[in-house]
Each structure stands twice: as structure tokens, then as C-alpha cells.
Design a protein around this ligand. Sequence first.
Ligand code: SF4
Ligand code: SF4
Length: 177
Amino acid sequence: MLGGIKGMMVTIRSTLNGLRRPVTAQYPKQHLPIQARYMGFPALTWDYKIDEPFCTACMVCIRNCPTLCMSATMKDNPLQQEGKSTRKKIVDTFEINLNRCILCGICVEVCNFDAIVMSHEHEMSVYERNGDRVDLEPLLDMGKQFQQDTAWVPPSELAKKSGAKAEEAAATSDSGA
Ligand code: SF4
Ligand code: SF4
């Protein structure tokens, strides 16, 4: 009997708490904030220093994608020929069928050029079966938005900075010893 009353009190208390501070949202009218590490659809990044994509269409991500939902072609980089870029090849076309993407992040893990990110984009529902085949321009737009929203720094630059800091700290502790 006493146990039953205690259980009822717990239920009433949690119902009242839920009414005061609901943990659910009336989506799609209401949107909860996206967490910094949220993994939405993959997107391509833009190199603002040179004003071109990071992607060289090297095909590594495409070969490693478990759902085979990506394709790309490359071309000679005109900016390299003008001496403005070190990338000999640059992406010419790129397509991801986002309806087949499982958001695994493997493409981001295997890319050696900081060229692809898991963006915060996640609202791209369409009625057509092939309606989410997204090509280069929208993928770059999604990437630019992500770069802007998150003050993105290329992972290789971050790694260099943290490597330099670690060396500095080791040198300081050596000189102190
Ligand atoms: S996103 Fe990265 S791994 Fe994929 S084709 Fe471009 S450069 Fe290569
Ligand atoms: S997140 Fe996974 S499934 Fe989606 S494009 Fe990248 S490798 Fe393919």
C-alpha cells in the first residue's frame, strides 16, 4: 500500500516537472539548439586563403564510403598554374546522394585535405526518391555555412598548433630540469 502511494507520488512529481520544464519540443515549429559536435550531412569546405575548395577529388572518401553514395571528378587547377595555389588538381564535380548517406563520418576521417566536414545541416527531407542528390555548389554552400557558424579551423592546422604547444612545453620542462 505504502509502496503504491510512493510510486504515485513519483509519477505526480515527474508529471508536474514535465509540465513546468518540458524536455521535448514541438518540432518542426520549435527547434532545439544544435550541439557543437552534432553530425549532420557531409559538406565540402572552402579555403578562404586561396579562394578555392580544399577538395582535390582524390577519391579516398569515395572509395571508403560504405554506402557508395559519393562521386567526384577532378581537373587541372588553374590557380596552381597561375602560382596562387599548391593544389595541382582541384575538384570539378562532386555529388553525394544524401538519402543514402548514413552519417557515419568515415569520409571526414579518411580525408587528408581538410576538405569535408559533417555539417549541422539535417533538414533536407524531400518527397522524391532521388531528391537529395546534392552536387558541388550546394555542398560547398553547406560547408561555408558550417565554417561560419562554428568558426571552423582546418584540423591539420589545429594539429600543428597543438604539436607546437607540446614541443614548447617539453622544451620548458627540459630547461627547468
Ligand atoms: S573530400 Fe577529401 S578525400 Fe574526398 S575527394 Fe575531396 S580531398 Fe579526397
Ligand atoms: S558520412 Fe558515411 S555514408 Fe555518408 S557520405 Fe560520408 S562515408 Fe558515405
